[in-house]
Design a binder for this molecule. Structure first.
Ligand SMILES: [Zn+2]
Length: 270
């Protein structure tokens, strides 16, 4: 492994037609990956993939938007996912704990808070599911994979109160002031292909210590330049690494090595 995609969803239905080829292309290019679940079914398929390949690991958990009944994404669950997600999922501690014991599970998530699509009554539901997943991570001694959108202050509060483990803030989209608070808590920040086509995060990418950054694709979403318009895949994480190096004015090979070492440290893999 020379590169690590710290957050990817090759378990989603978007890859049902050619999953094997996508996985092989990435692994042949020296890209290891963390396949991330978003509810119980995609957590199970993430773990199945991780068990099948060396250099592939899984994260299992319940995404904040899946705790309520509003969310539906065809790339994730397909057309037939509508009925399932329409109920919203109640976090099943026992089921996730059983999965979480597997050595191929390297983190708990993606969990956190997402206030982007929110009605007041779902806030509490999201917070309860988040706290339960922090407690699971604490008891398993595994790091958290955080999804936080428009809810950085509340997430920091909850982490300070409950978290005994550290982890990674996936798809970091805050400013430097917020970034610093996560870094102070010991959380790494990961960046997607977004950094290949906007300058919104340059300040954070430049200011953060290099050993506190991770690269990710969040595939099938957020395809990096020069592949815009195509479906994203883990092999393209090399473009994210190049962009991070470019923003920081550092050597791309050196940055790649360091980001790989960071992932190995955060997720206790080698
Ligand atoms: Zn994700």
């Amino acid at each position: 492994m020379k590169y690590f995609d710290a957050h990817t969803h090759t378990n989603f239905v978007a890859y049902d037609e050619d999953r094997e080829e996508v996985m092989k292309r990435s692994l042949d290019a020296g890209v290891g990956m963390n396949v991330v679940g978003t509810q119980i079914d995609t957590s199970r398929t993430a773990l199945e993939l991780a068990r099948r390949y060396d250099d592939v690991w899984a994260t299992i958990g319940l995404h904040p938007t899946h705790t309520s009944k509003s969310y539906h994404d065809t790339k994730e669950l397909g057309e037939g996912g509508r009925e399932f997600t329409s109920r919203g999922e109640v976090f099943d501690m026992n089921a996730y704990r059983e999965m979480g014991k597997d050595p191929k599970v390297i983190a708990i998530g993606e969990c956190g808070l997402d206030y982007y699509r929110l009605t007041e009554d779902t806030k509490k539901t999201q917070q309860d599911a988040f706290v339960q997943q922090i407690e699971l991570a604490n008891s398993l001694g595994k790091p958290l994979m955080l999804h936080v959108r428009e809810a950085y202050e509340d997430s920091l509060e909850i982490l300070k109160t409950h978290a005994k483990v550290r982890g990674d803030v996936h798809f970091f989209a805050g400013d430097w002031n917020i970034a610093r608070q996560f870094l102070d808590l010991g959380f790494t920040l990961s960046f997607t292909g977004v950094v290949t086509f906007t300058h919104d995060y340059d300040e954070v990418v430049r200011n953060a210590p290099l050993d506190m950054l991770l690269s990710e694709t969040d595939a099938p979403y957020i395809t990096p330049v020069p592949y815009r318009g195509k479906r994203n895949e883990p092999a393209y994480v090399t473009e994210v690494v190049k962009a991070i190096a470019g923003i920081r004015g550092e050597d791309s090979d050196m940055v790649g090595l360091q980001l790989m070492a960071n992932a190995a440290r955060v997720f206790s893999i080698s």
